[in-house]
Design a protein around this ligand. Sequence first.
Ligand SMILES: [Cu+2]
Length: 127
Amino acid sequence: MKQLSMILGLCLLFAFGFTTEVQANDNLQIVVATAKQKTVTFKVYGNCGMCKRTIENSLNDVKGVKSATWDSDKKMITVTYNPKKIELMDIHKKIAGVGYDTDKVKAKDETYNGLHGCCQYDRPKGK
Ligand SMILES: [Cu+2]
């Protein structure tokens, strides 16, 4: 009986040790994943659902950008990207390139003027 409980104890110890190892591996994977990808949220001025499509589409098929979602209520975009493949500033430039001001890059007046009437958001002053 004493022997049996010792074997059981050993089994438990082994099982516990094994579990810890798996957890450590999982943590390692998470670290690797976050090192590869970065998620940022920043201001992008705009109005409506059409703006949302234009803003998000400006980052479609852009190398290094995994996902982009613009919140039309908060006027904030959340972008997940690989910093090794694209710089954050280039993401701002892509968005400004289709006519939308971000908190870092202002769109060209011509591009802004080319937006649909309902999409001509109130531009931030200055900059
Ligand atoms: Cu719009």
